[in-house]
Design a protein around this ligand. Structure first.
Ligand code: NAP
Length: 409
């Protein structure tokens, strides 16, 4: 919301009457803290468990709304006494709206309308609040926190980029043993590296998408796999990439309630990713293969990497039959070849993708580098224009129907 000055007070906030309070849904929040970094009045903070909003400081500027990747930021309650920070920090879900009865209905409606108008402005251009696919299973979230983590044991740690590749990307398998840790394809887990930062505080939580299906890396195993790239100076990534079989790891989560695999076997799923953003799509593909053999819906993946040897799972992916998954690779750094990004590849095969956009069974999932978002959006807009579709209308429709999902960092 950069095109207008922030609104400094709630549209209707008489101290003696009802108020509209901005809250964050701890069930959906993935604890990326983007909202906190965007919050100009400093109203948003977090502890090990929850991200919370200080009613006294929130000025309804809505700067936090559109950057939130999950929509967990977009929660509002009419209250007579605002929920305190201490209360919010204990929540595992947002309390239901209190019914203030007939007498309060006029002020409730007016508060709803005023905040609704601000939200609409905040969401304009983003396509609206993300919601889960209608057919997705109900996820479990926030079962384990920093204060009470699940202890997982490393079962495997394999390099999945070529030995010659610049990127050291690893496939890491974590077993939960006897601990119940239910996950769905598309969810993430949090990892806490041991030790402390230079200021003596514990290391930040790092989120990684689960790369295995809900029933385990191997069918019916109580484990998950992750796709992690070693980053120069990265505390969590180096900790994870150096793990040995048998090491114990503190895990929080699971997180994420919208970026979820549709259960509908007729769903067409267009997956667009760069680098380790492929993790959830490995999980989606494995789910289809195990649970929905001969599904009428198509799986199509656009996967961008610097070169084949830098592409996580390049070898195994080539063995996946086209009847299960149609893969389009885009390589950006092959010597003597023009740079190609996923959005360029999408344009090249537009004639096979555009017809899918006409179907109300089609979902789009985008995961990976933040920078790809704009380019992919333009490619989809071009594809639509060439096929008598209007992306500016289709995108918000898909989003509001739980068919358009973005997870980029
Ligand atoms: P990377 O190797 O740096 O890049 C992958 C490919 O994307 C390269 O070909 C790169 O081209 C290209 N690219 C760069 N800018 C682009 C743009 N604007 N549009 C389209 N393609 C572009 O990727 P990475 O380091 O693996 O990054 C993956 C991202 O996924 C990270 O941001 C990570 O946080 C995120 N992610 C990871 C997980 C996980 O579980 N590990 C889950 C979700 C998301 P160039 O040759 O130009 O560099």
């Amino acid at each position: 919301m950069n095109d207008s000055a922030p609104i400094k007070t709630a549209p209707a906030k008489p101290e003696s009457a009802l108020k509209k309070q901005h809250l964050i849904d701890p069930e959906i929040c993935i604890r990326c803290y983007t909202c906190e970094s965007m919050c100009t009045p400093g109203a948003i903070s977090h502890d090990d468990l929850n991200v919370v909003v200080d009613f006294a400081k929130c000025n309804y500027c809505m700067d936090c709304i559109s950057p939130c990747p999950t929509g967990s930021i977009d929660v509002w309650r009419i209250v007579d006494a605002p929920y305190s920070l201490a209360e919010q920090l204990t929540w595992t879900e947002v309390p239901a709206q209190v019914d203030f009865g007939e007498a309060a209905s006029a002020i409730t409606e007016s508060l709803d309308a005023d905040v609704g108008a601000l939200l609409e402005k905040a969401h304009s251009g983003t396509g609206g609040k993300p919601i889960a696919p209608a057919s997705a299973s109900k996820p479990s979230v926030n079962l384990f926190s920093r204060a009470k983590p699940a202890i997982a044991t490393v079962q495997g740690n394999f390099r999945i980029t070529a030995a010659s590749a610049e990127n050291d990307v690893r496939h890491i398998v974590l077993s939960f043993g006897d601990t119940v840790f239910p996950v769905l394809e598309g969810q993430s887990i949090g990892i806490i590296a041991p030790g402390t930062r230079s200021d003596g505080r514990p290391h930040d939580l790092r989120l990684y998408s689960i790369a295995s299906a809900r029933d385990g890396e191997k069918r019916n195993a109580n484990n998950v796999s992750l796709t992690i790239k070693r980053v120069d100076g990265g505390v969590a990534s180096n900790y994870m990439c150096d793990l040995k079989v048998g090491d114990k790891v503190h895990v929080t989560g699971p997180f994420g309630a919208t970026f979820l695999m549709p259960n509908d076997a007729a769903a067409n799923v267009i997956m667009i990713c760069t680098g380790t953003g492929s993790a959830p799509f490995r999980a989606f593909t494995e789910r289809r293969r195990r649970a929905m053999q001969n599904a009428p819906g198509k799986l199509v993946m656009f996967f961008g990497a610097r070169a084949p040897e830098e592409l996580p799972y390049f070898g195994p992916l080539q063995k996946v039959p086209e009847s299960l998954l149609k893969t389009h690779f885009a390589f950006s750094r092959i010597p003597n070849q023009p740079k190609e990004y996923v959005q360029d590849r999408m344009r090249k095969v537009a004639s096979s993708i555009a017809p899918m956009l006409l179907s109300s069974s089609t979902h789009i999932f985008i995961c990976g580098l933040k920078g790809m978002e704009a380019g992919v959006d333009e490619a989809l807009a071009d594809m639509c224009r060439a096929n008598s579709l209007d992306w500016t209308k289709l995108k918000p429709d898909m989003r509001s129907q739980g068919r358009y999902h973005v997870e980029t960092y």
